[in-house]
Design a protein around this ligand. Structure first.
Ligand SMILES: Cc1ncc(COP(=O)(O)O)c(C=O)c1O
Length: 353
């Protein structure tokens, strides 16, 4: 155990597990569940799906995605969740001592993965409205910059980056720009089709959020074919099991479910924002599935707010999970109207409104 390199903090602390209560607004997955087509396909599973190894390249999914995005199959790498890609990419793309620029308020795993790969994290502060600051990022690019992480829509703010602004950055740097589009089904415009035009653009997607398949663990990376090749060489060989491969195809084909999801999220996000603002909370304007809510001065701190909610069987993500936020914010993810209403009721009871 002498030479064990410990991560800066456990990856387990980056997710909201362990704190879930009956009224759970900590989950940012699809409140509508998943497509019923997925369940239908799962019911048709036979013995061969269990005893035979899965296709190591998940080619059924690659062919489907290549057609959908009008790219080559060689542009797609399918993985066991996109989290595994976030861990792999810095190891593949950068050497010890090289730099990665990471917005200071985003999915914390980007920083951890860079640190684990021996890279140096260059933090970019947010703009005054909590958006990713592309001007600041451009100014921070140096000869040592190997990776720039962007998250669109951003977690935990739900803020969007415009496609043209992302591409402007990609055009003006030699660094790899990794755009994590984990929550794109809830808002924003994808840059996937641009991978054909820019060798330094890498896009990450997951089936965990909009598609509601977090339990099956499937994500994918869109990159130039050499990048995909590198990932294939070092990734575990049978990362995506057979059930998950079949389920993903069914989910991709159910466009009705996805349209319903997008409309549903807009309605519930607006409902929660309006109701929280009525109670004098500051809510950062979001265009996706996460709402950043300032809880002070109505409560002593985010810890105080989270504890009071937990006593009443409600969970949200404490903003302390995102170090730059201090002890003032929580992240709330809209659920069904019934749960959202209960959440608002519980808070108004605490506040005696
Ligand atoms: C922005 C972002 N990227 C990636 C992930 C990882 O998703 P998964 O590993 O389930 O594909 C998450 C999960 O919360 C996320 O919020």
């Amino acid at each position: 155990m002498k030479n064990l390199i410990l991560p800066p903090a456990s990856f387990r602390t980056l997710y909201a597990f362990g704190n879930k209560q009956a009224i759970d607004l900590s989950l940012s997955e699809n409140p509508l569940g998943c497509s019923l087509e997925v369940i239908r396909v799962m019911k048709e599973i036979t013995q061969i799906d269990c005893f035979d190894y899965p296709d190591p390249d998940s080619n059924l999914i690659r062919v489907d995605l290549a057609q959908r995005f009008k790219l080559s199959l060689k542009n797609f790498f399918i993985s066991n969740g996109s989290e595994s890609l976030i861990q792999l990419l810095p190891r593949v793309l950068m050497s010890k001592g090289e730099e990665a620029i990471v917005p200071v308020l985003t999915f914390p795993m980007f920083e951890k993965s860079v640190a684990l790969a021996g890279g140096i994290v260059i933090q970019s502060p947010m703009t005054s409205d909590f958006s990713i600051d592309l001007i600041d990022i451009k100014e921070k690019i140096s000869k040592e910059t190997k990776i720039i992480f962007l998250c669109n829509p951003n977690n935990p703010t739900g803020k969007l980056l415009a496609k043209k602004d992302i591409l402007q950055l990609v055009k003006n740097t030699k660094a790899f720009v990794i755009v994590d589009e984990a929550n794109i089904e809830f808002g924003g415009e994808s840059v996937i089709s641009e991978v054909a035009n820019f060798d330094n653009l890498i896009v990450l997607r997951t089936f965990s959020k909009g598609f509601g398949l977090a339990g099956l663990r499937v994500g994918f990376c869109v990159a130039n074919p050499q990048g995909v090749n590198l990932l294939q060489m070092i990734a575990q060989p049978f990362a995506v099991n057979k059930f998950a491969q079949k389920a993903v195809i069914a989910a991709l084909n159910d466009q009705v479910f996805m349209n319903k999801t997008r409309k549903f999220m807009v309605k519930e996000r607006c409902f929660l924002t309006r109701e929280l603002k009525k109670m004098s909370f500051e809510v950062v304007d979001s265009e996706a599935n996460n709402l950043l809510v300032k809880v002070t001065p109505l409560f002593l701190s985010s810890n105080d707010f989270v504890e009071k909610l937990a006593d009443l069987n409600v969970s949200v993500v404490n903003g302390t999970a995102f170090p730059v936020l201090g002890n003032d914010f929580v992240r709330v993810s809209p659920r069904t109207r019934k749960i959202n209403k209960k959440f608002i009721e519980v808070i108004s009871n605490i506040l005696n409104i």
